[in-house]
Design a binder for this molecule. Sequence first.
Ligand code: ADP
Length: 633
Amino acid sequence: MTTPIETLEFQSEARQLLQLMIHSIYSNKDTFLRELVSNASDALDKLRLESYRDKDLDADTSDLHVTIETDPAERTLTVRDNGIGMTRDEVIALIGTIAKSGTADFLTKLKEAKDAAASQDLIGQFGVGFYASFMVADKVTLVTRRAGTTEGVRWESTGEGTYTIQEIEDAPQGTAVTLHLKPEDAEDHLYDYTSPAKIREIVKKYSDFITWPIRMTGEGEGEDAKAETVNSMKALWARSSSEVTEDEYHEFYKHVSHDWQDPLETIRLQAEGTFEYQALLFLPSRAPMDLFMRERKRGVQLYVKRVFIMDDCESLVPEYLRFVKGVVDAQDLSLNVSREILQQDRQIQLIRRRLVKKVLSTVKTMMTADAEKYATFWQEFGRAVKEGLLDDFENREAILEISSFASTQDAEKPTSLRAYVERMKDGQQHIYYMTGESRSAIENSPHMEAFRAKGYEVLVLTDPIDEMWVDAVPGFDGKQFQSIAKGQVDLESDEDKKATEVAREQQKKDFESLLTWMATALGDTVKEVRLSSRLTTSPACIVGDTHDLTPTLEKMYRAMGQELPPIKRILELNPEHALVTGLREAHASRPDDEGLAETAELLYGMALLAEGGELADPSRFIRLLAGRLEKTL
Ligand code: ADP
């Protein structure tokens, strides 16, 4: 039954995106066809799969294919498939809205983008799918019928805020998208999308590997002309690598990933014998916007004997490699496998282990073979990869091996752990690091003083994940990780120690009574007061006990709603600092002076501020400080 035409509004994000497409700031307009053919091919995959699973599905799967028709007189181009199709509700949900996570972010960034190049870059990163049609068309008509149903749907829009939708009779199974091409492109043969030669060229370039036939009717010969298949239809991963060009790999990557940019690296993997499979994987050159969002998907598709089985197959890659895109084609699985079965499947687990090792070893090779490429990789995906230090026990060493970290050695360039270890000073036992919210907070923290003075390199760890893995990972290459803001540090060589032993003993005696008194005076805030060997210029600093949570981690847990007992830390005093020696003398001569307790409190507050911490009662701190300053005037 044909229903009246209804007019509906696009979701606001969709509207904004369409505006961009209409005013086409993306220079490579040809890509619209890649998107339409890619959608058509996905629709054929989905129908084939559904008909395997549902034997009663009333659908024709005898000749699944894509057809492209051009009509120079009407200036239209139609991409048609006889695949899964869409119901009315699906058209509204899938075409009228953008469900992609990260859309809001993307649109904000786009608004902030300074110039056309920056905007293009962003669009390339986001990928716009079906909406790319509006780069070349001023009106798009979509007619579709969901396989297994009888009602068709006709959708039409000029991309300007609204679309019409109507249920119709007699729609063929699948989807036909007709573009009414913009008149301004008519003169320009570069953009003449009614020219079969031009279309053939674009299909060859962007969609050759599509495993379904893409047919075109012969040039100018009317409706009876024999349709000719224009793509080679060979699954790229099944061809020998010497036959496939880099461009072909790149276009295939764009098809599977919906990314518009070239990948950073292509990885091929083949296994023969009793359990045969091929994998073609890619490392993207940019992190997707939803890399750290909860609903993000993993990027590897599963095929069984060339038949598409599922997207984002989580059994094939661990969470920390969720950015890896591509396909795995296994020969010996049943076409009926479900996600649940896959999780248990031993062969899948073996493939997964091999994929992980291959990805990690590829990155390792990249580190030496192409440092710049590696730097890009790490910049984009390092934060995700480090999650593997917590999850993937088996590959922990390999992950550490490909990780790099900011360091005090070179402000510009992160270092690998291997390089750090090679630079370690004679007698240095540990890999030193400090975690914190920013590089400057860490570098300016008092904890750093003695390390700097003695020339020890310290890793500067500012990602939230760093707080977690440093506690979980014991060491690298036999060297333990040691926080410079936790526990005791001992930077003196054995010789120095001997020389200063007597002096140290004396110092301990001298300060004993001050330390005991301060520990009581500050008892509510600190668990211990002791002398420090990590300070040169600051009077005091605060350190954590070896196994205590760091302040950042404490904050993170509290933000997540976890109940924690208050965590007290340790106040360390610099025995060489005039403020500390002065306080000791004052305490010795006037033990009952109440003002001294306030000085102790100020000292603690200063140490807290110096590491970038927050005072519990800033107004009290200021009052005390102002009181002291007044007396100096
Ligand atoms: P993407 O392909 O990146 O998901 P699109 O905007 O191109 O985004 O398409 C949105 C959705 O609309 C697709 O995911 C698919 O579910 C549906 N769709 C698009 N084209 C077709 C088609 N030819 N047949 C069936 N469904 C389609």
